[in-house]
Design a protein around this ligand. Structure first.
Ligand code: ADP
Ligand code: MG
Length: 290
């Protein structure tokens, strides 16, 4: 492309709500073979709500919800926000937290009233018996909802289910990418069943789930195998290293500063239609269409 067409292309993209922060990205995007997406906050709205709390018989609902919400009140994770909001809606007051620790990609651990409270994925509940919940939770996960566990002391007190809706544009954008000859993938920290259900809902065929924040870069490298050019679309702090690693990093404008700063391309707002606009402008620019 000529310098003039790159300049025009960058301007045209800006009119469409796509900010190319590097001119190389404008040239490279049209070569993408696969577009990989983060799940939460990228393909989905990223504002989950608590839909179900499945209580163990030995525990009391409000007691569990207030302890769990207190533990989550120090976390910024969307799941934490959903749990705290549910406790507020129920009019519960939250007990004092004596100690707090977060385990990124797994959950949180707190000490409250001398009791150890853990909230997070199955992997965080090592050594505890989850078998009573397994069947029910698989059903929720197959609907694309995310189950987490709450342990109080050394007993599972409840399973908590949160649901996040797919953005209205996600399915159409994925279909259009396929029609343009690209492959699509999803990288998520969420459990395999939930991730697979959301991927099926939007039509993505390649899924990497239960990916720890530190392993998102390795997931991008794996997608790149065989010489594939990989674009990655993400919004979270967790996504920043993967956005930098991808051949073209695309940040969702509603995302975190860390993601935006690590990206080559920034979409205005949360609409994934911007991915298609970016691709269209890149293709037109490289043909010197302007
Ligand atoms: P993602 O953004 O794709 O959900 P994360 O790495 O942030 O990925 O989280 C992965 C999983 O870890 C979540 O699906 C959940 O099971 C668990 N988890 C992480 N943080 C929390 C938290 N604050 N409360 C409960 N569970 C959490
Ligand atoms: Mg996200």
């Amino acid at each position: 492309a000529t310098p003039t067409s790159i300049m025009v292309g960058t301007g045209r993209a800006a009119e469409l709500g796509v900010l190319f922060r590097k001119s190389e990205a404008l040239q490279r995007l049209r070569e993408a073979d696969v577009v990989a997406f983060d799940k939460t906050g990228t393909l989905t709205e990223g504002k989950p709500v608590l839909t179900d709390l499945i209580l163990d018989d030995d525990f009391e609902h409000d007691d569990v919800l207030s302890l769990v919400a207190a533990a989550e009140s120090r976390s910024e994770h969307p799941i934490a926000l959903a749990i705290v909001a549910a406790a507020q809606e129920a009019g519960l007051s939250l007990p004092q937290v004596e100690h707090f620790d977060s385990d990124p990609g797994h959950g949180v651990i707190a000490t409250i009233g001398g009791r150890k409270v853990r909230v997070g994925s199955a992997r965080m509940m090592e050594g505890l018996d989850l078998s009573d919940f397994e069947h029910t939770l698989q059903r929720f996960a197959d609907e694309g909802k995310t189950p987490v566990f709450a342990a109080i002391g050394d007993k599972i007190a409840a399973a908590i289910v949160v649901a996040d809706v797919v953005k209205p544009t996600s399915t159409a954008v994925i279909a259009r990418l396929h029609a343009l000859g690209l492959q699509t993938a999803m990288i998520s920290g969420d459990n395999k069943r939930t991730a697979a259900a959301i991927a099926a809902q939007v039509g993505i065929d390649e899924v990497r789930a239960e990916v720890l924040p530190a392993d998102k870069v390795a997931a991008i490298k794996a997608l790149r195998q065989g010489g594939r050019v990989v674009a990655y679309v993400g919004d979270g702090i967790n996504d920043a290293p993967a956005l930098a690693e991808a051949d073209i990093g695309i940040a969702v404008g509603t995302g975190t500063d860390a993601a935006i700063e690590s990206a080559d391309v920034v979409l205005l707002g949360g609409n994934l239609q911007g991915v298609l606009n970016a691709l269209t402008v890149s293709r037109a620019t490289m043909k010197n269409i302007w």
